[in-house]
Design a protein around this ligand. Structure first.
Ligand code: SAH
Ligand code: CA
Length: 215
């Protein structure tokens, strides 16, 4: 779903730096070869994540939900010289495809891509993160948030994707049943908003990015 009028979206895209050759190819091939290509962050969100990362110059990034690696590559662009991005995905079927793009990106040595269930992997991570990007299954967003919180440095960021959930978060009708994913996002957004340990901005970019800065 587009939250912006078509002409405004187009104009914004036209005045945003283009994707690199590798990202453009990853975008195209994900759309032609992989199921559910809508999950890929895409041009504007990708450039936004890259811009944030350049602003923060993180030493350590954790991404929960790699998919085909598009957002991982965008976030990795802004890493500090000796920086590292750990990205987690449960779907082993995407591994070969995704690794081949990491290899072509020039950022491969900075990316630690692990296949497995993030819920099981995160407790064993010993890093302190400057950015955590939450973008896996929506039902577990609150679990990811609580699991990573103490691993984020003070002044670090938790960025949570799809928090507008195609606009469903504002389309609640009385007496109508809310589906599980929408309810999970509603509960998550409320919990983040009420968390006095962070300062938040919900950016209505693409499907909604919730930026939380740890105080
Ligand atoms: N960040 C990507 C899109 C991620 S799509 C981008 O912006 O381009 C969500 C991904 O989360 C899927 O690839 C799915 O396999 C993964 N996922 C779902 N549940 C998971 C879990 N429990 N642990 C790790 N990854 C999970
Ligand atoms: Ca997403």
């Amino acid at each position: 779903m587009d939250f912006l009028p078509k002409d405004i979206s187009l104009y914004a895209e036209e005045h945003t730096t283009s994707e690199s050759e590798v990202l453009a190819r990853l975008n195209r091939e994900t759309h032609s070869k992989i199921m559910q290509p809508r999950m890929l962050s895409g041009h504007i969100q990708g450039r936004t994540l890259s811009m944030f990362s350049h602003m923060i110059r993180p030493g350590r990034i954790l991404e929960i939900g790699t998919y085909t690696g598009y957002s991982a590559l965008c976030l990795a662009e802004g890493l500090a010289e000796d920086g590292k991005l750990i990205t987690l995905d449960i779907n082993e079927e995407l591994e070969a495809f995704t690794r081949s793009f990491f290899a072509d990106s020039g950022l491969d040595s900075k990316i630690d891509y692990r296949i497995g269930n993030a819920i099981e992997i995160i407790p064993d991570l010993e890093e302190v993160f400057d950015i955590v990007f939450i973008d896996a299954d929506k039902l577990n967003y609150h679990n990811y948030y609580h699991l990573v919180f103490d691993k984020v440095r003070t002044g670090g960021y938790i960025i949570s994707d799809n928090v507008l959930w195609s606009g469903k978060v504002t389309q609640i009708e009385e007496g109508k049943k809310v589906d599980k994913d929408t309810q999970a996002i509603l509960d998550f957004n409320k919990m983040c908003h009420e968390d006095s340990r962070t300062e938040n901005v919900l950016l209505p970019i693409r499907d909604g990015l919730l930026i939380s800065r740890k105080l």
